[in-house]
Each structure stands twice: as C-alpha cells, then as structure tokens.
Design a protein around this ligand. Structure first.
Ligand code: 13P
Length: 232
C-alpha cells in the first residue's frame, strides 16, 4: 500500500525540519513525501521517498519562477503530483499542460502521480465517468504503453477534498473501474478527507492501492495511527 503525503503550501523552514524529525520513525512503509518545493533541498529522510507538487512544462531557460523536471531530478525527486484540482482551479492548469508536464517528468525518470476527479456539480449531473475518462485520455495522449504504465493515478473527488465527506466504497470502486478500463495495471490511489478513522472503511475497497493525504499528512500522530489501521 502506498501512502503519499501532500503537504500543499504549508510549513515554514523550522516547522518543516521538526516535522521531518517526527517522520524519522516511519520506517518500512511505502511513503512518498511531497513537501513545498522550497523544502526539497532540506529533505533528508532515508526511509521515505521524495516527491514534488508541481513541475514546469519547460525544460530549462528563461522561465522566471518555474522549476523544471531537470532541476527536480538533480535533487533526487522520484515522484511528482500532476493535475491536482487546486492547480487546475487556481492556476487554471489545462489538460494539455498536464500532458506536457507528464512528458517532461518521464524524460527525467520522475513518476507522475496524476490527480483526477469530478466537482460536486459534475457528480450531481452524472458527469463523473465522462470527466474521469477525459482527464485520463488527455493526460496520456501520445505516450507509449511503456510510458503509460509508469503513471500512478489518484482519484480525488473535488467535493471531498478538505470537506470531511468521503464517497462510499461503491462510488470509489465504480470510478476506479473506469480508470482500470483505460489503464489496467497502474497503481490507483484514493484521496480526499482521508483520516485515521475512515481508513477502516476505505481499506475494504478492493481496488485501492494507496492513499493521497492532504490534511492528515501534517499530523504525524494521526498519520502514525492511520498507517497502523491501514495495515491491521
Ligand atoms: P485532504 O486530505 O486535506 O482532503 O486533501 C486531499 C488532497 O487534496 C491530497 O492531494
């Protein structure tokens, strides 16, 4: 089971250092930490892998404020979140840009963790399947089968992120099955309001290979409990 920690735009330098200290105890689990880009040079954990939260569509050169896959790779970044709904919403990231970012990452052997999911309105209008298919098909356009197989897919319903509400296992299974019909062998994650309590329900969902955690990633005590419950 994979556990991916998305710290989002949180933690000062001092806070990140003490947070990392608490994560030192998390050994022998499949954990990927995606801190704010600014903390990447301070990452030192040996038993946790390093991920980024975003990457530029460009390689290197005159792109002020951007961070490229080429640079991330030089800091031993092995994974990168792509197409998170917060970036699609606030940074107006398009499916075309997401496809370009995936290609950049693959060029430098960084595993893209593609985030997809429907809004509340789309769910209400029975558009979930269509949204999921469109987001995946556009993201993997022009990739070889070998490249496609490298992606990790995270299903994060937008209405669930930070809301405390999660879909039923049946709803999650339906969506993961849609993804499996397109990408049968890729690892599939669920993200959105996961806690050390609702993991006991989520873990009964057979198609989930791991979790993408936002708020919970910032609470080491609850995170430890989550990891315990997940494997129990
Ligand atoms: P929450 O776990 O805070 O709902 O966030 C989920 C998320 O967006 C992870 O990428």
């Amino acid at each position: 089971m994979l556990t991916i920690l998305n710290n989002k735009c949180n933690l000062t330098k001092e806070e990140f250092l003490s947070y990392q200290k608490e994560l030192e105890n998390f050994k022998g689990k499949d954990i990927i930490l995606c801190p704010s880009t600014i903390h990447i040079p301070n990452f030192y954990l040996k038993d946790i892998s390093l991920g980024a939260q975003n990457v530029s569509v460009n390689d290197m050169g005159p792109f002020t404020g951007e961070v490229s896959a080429y640079q991330l790779a030089s800091y031993n970044v092995k994974y990168c979140l792509i197409g998170h709904s917060e970036r699609r919403h606030y940074q107006k990231e398009t499916n075309e840009e997401i496809n370009l970012k995936i290609k950049e990452l693959l060029k430098y052997n960084i595993v893209p963790i593609l985030c997809i999911g429907e809004s509340k309105e789309e769910k209400f209008n029975n558009k979930t399947k269509k949204i999921i298919e469109t987001e995946i098909l556009s993201a993997i356009e022009n990739l070889t089968s070998e490249e496609k197989n490298k992606l990790i897919i995270a299903y994060e319903p937008i209405w669930s992120i930070g809301s405390g509400v999660i879909p039923t296992n049946m709803e999650i299974t339906e969506v993961l099955q849609v993804i499996k019909n397109i990408l049968p062998t890729n690892k599939l994650l669920y993200g959105g309001s996961v806690t050390d309590e609702n993991i006991n329900t989520l873990k009964k969902c057979p198609l989930i290979d791991g979790y993408l955690l936002g708020g919970l990633s910032l609470k080491p005590y609850n995170l430890a409990n989550f990891l315990k419950q997940m494997t129990n």
